[in-house]
Design a protein around this ligand. Structure first.
Ligand code: 13P
Length: 258
């Protein structure tokens, strides 16, 4: 048995109407029921959070938001806050996704503020890090990824970071059908854990769940999840249908039981 409970998280990105979100949530909730050996969370669009929370009632499936602002409230048109995410029933929030960094100008400094704000409100951040294809080809993968991890956790000690989850998502593997080789994912995950041990202490680093994301699907989930430092998956495209997402959940259960 691995000591870290695997986490399979679905990032629905900008997909699904209210009715479609409810339908997908219902199928996942009925598979997970009152709980499995791995943890499962789903991340719908903001307008579906409340409806999906209702649909998930009575099941062990958790609710994740896809972004937040760091302030609790105020003159921040268009934003959500950790207080509101808690209010709607989110236990998790994806932060620093490469799409937000690349398309919406999100910076390491902003990511750090969001991580800190979520932790204060006891919403678990799923902190996304990952290198571009150019950076990988230039041999900069570890510098980039470890730099992002360091920047996002700067000034926060192991106690403050508590339940933080990290998702390693190589940008070139997102939505491309191109997955990192399991050994390459392991190399980066292992390096993240080793750096966290240096920075924040070994016992906390050993407890941190590091998810892999980037074209995870039923056919590659077991191989990725067999790696010692791959503690789960952050799934985009394959989280949008029960036929694909449920087998990935089952791979998470197999990891938990291995
Ligand atoms: P895909 O699984 O569609 O590659 O997306 C991964 C991702 O970005 C999850 O956050």
């Amino acid at each position: 048995m691995t000591s870290r409970r695997p986490l399979i998280a679905g990032n629905w990105k900008l997909h699904k109407t209210l009715a479609e979100s409810r339908e997908l949530a219902r199928a996942i909730a009925s598979h997970v029921g009152s709980g499995l050996a791995c943890e499962v969370v789903v991340g719908p669009v903001a307008t579906s959070l409340a409806a999906v929370k209702n649909t998930l009632a009575g099941s062990a499936v958790g609710l994740a938001a896809q972004n937040t602002h760091w302030e609790d409230s105020g003159a921040f048109t268009g934003e959500l806050s950790p207080v509101l995410l808690l209010d709607v029933g989110c236990g998790h929030c994806i932060i620093g996704h490469s799409e937000r960094r690349q398309l919406f100008g999100e910076t390491d400094a902003g990511v750090r503020k969001k991580v800190a704000a979520l932790l204060v409100h006891k919403v678990v951040p799923i902190l996304c890090v990952g290198e571009s294809l150019e950076q990988r080809e230039a041999g900069q993968t570890l510098d980039v990824v470890l730099g992002q991890v360091e920047a996002a956790t700067e000034g926060l000690d192991a106690v403050a970071l508590g339940p933080l989850v990290i998702a390693y998502e190589p940008i070139w593997a997102i939505g491309t059908g191109r997955t990192a080789k399991a050994e390459d994912a392991q190399e980066v995950h292992g390096a993240i854990r080793a750096r966290l041990a240096e920075l924040k202490g070994e016992s906390w680093a050993d407890s941190v769940r590091i998810l892999y994301g980037g074209s995870v699907k039923p056919s590659n989930a077991d191989e990725l999840l067999a790696q010692p430092d791959v503690d789960g998956a952050l799934v985009g495209g394959a989280s949008l249908s029960p036929d694909n997402f449920i087998p990935i959940i089952d791979a998470g259960v197999r990891r938990a039981e291995s």
